[in-house]
Design a protein around this ligand. Structure first.
Ligand code: NI
Length: 259
């Protein structure tokens, strides 16, 4: 009898793991440092606030590159500031830009997959979905070595059926200033700075000079507000969340419905 229940329990657990994106994840990180009581009274309000406040982590992500002129300027600016970012690259733009990809990896950025031809996966043939992801993955592995190249589906949507074909986690975003449409660095910066929250993921495109300029302003302003920039992988690791293949995450704390 007991064995049967144990088996039933195990079956339920497996079913839960299979059907639920992110249910296995546990938020374990957090918690500020403990301050010895005897020095608490010695500190002024502002210092105390800094010590008690949780560190604020955020990830900058860039889609639709690499593009020779704009991506190079962005990499220079990020290097100067010591800030890592995440690049979801389009496979067909890799040939001729291999040095930019190598530079991203060498300078501590995360590189991810944005399909080969910026294909709308939601309506693509299932075979095409797999091909679009694999073609870019092969290029990335040849260039940068074995690794887990997370996917950002173009237009942020893929649908349940096709998501099941994806063998890595998928990354959405929490802040989208529509930089590709706005094409105004000041407006893009203002939108991001006023909408960002700790553990957020910012969406930009390293394809436009205005977005590159905005990105560097965003870094300067948010750093002044106490934010620390990390790659998407680091953001999940620090938050204590293990992202699952085939699931779409807006942030480590928020799953995006597959629709
Ligand atoms: Ni895109």
């Amino acid at each position: 009898m007991q064995t049967r229940w144990a088996r039933y329990g195990a079956f339920l657990l497996v079913l839960l793991l299979l059907t639920a994106c992110g249910r296995q994840s546990a938020v374990t990180a957090g918690g500020g440092a403990e301050i010895p009581e005897e020095i608490l009274g010695e500190l002024d309000e502002e210092t105390l606030q800094d010590l008690v406040e949780e560190p604020k982590y955020v990830a900058l992500t860039f889609d639709d590159g690499p593009r020779r002129d704009t991506t190079s300027v962005l990499l220079d600016g990020l290097l100067e500031r010591g800030v890592p970012a995440t690049f979801f690259v389009i496979g067909q733009q890799i040939p001729g830009n291999e040095d930019l990809l190598r530079r991203m990896a060498a300078e501590g950025h995360q590189v991810g997959n944005h399909t080969y031809g910026h294909t709308r996966l939601l309506t693509a043939d299932p075979d095409k979905v797999v091909e679009e992801i694999q073609k870019t993955e092969v290029l990335l592995k040849e260039l940068l070595g074995e690794g887990d190249y997370w996917l950002r589906p173009p237009y942020g949507s893929i649908g349940k059926t096709r998501a099941a074909l994806v063998k890595t986690p998928m990354i959405y975003w929490t802040v989208d200033p529509e930089d590709w449409k706005v094409l105004d660095a000041a407006k893009v910066t203002e939108h991001v700075v006023s909408h960002v929250e700790p553990w957020g993921i910012i969406l930009l495109h390293d394809f436009y000079p205005t977005s590159v300029s905005a990105a560097l302003d965003i870094v300067d302003q948010l750093q002044a507000e106490g934010y620390t920039f990390v790659t998407v992988k680091e953001l999940f690791r620090i938050r204590g969340v293990e992202p699952q293949a085939g699931c779409l995450y807006a942030s480590p704390d928020k799953l995006r419905s597959l629709g």
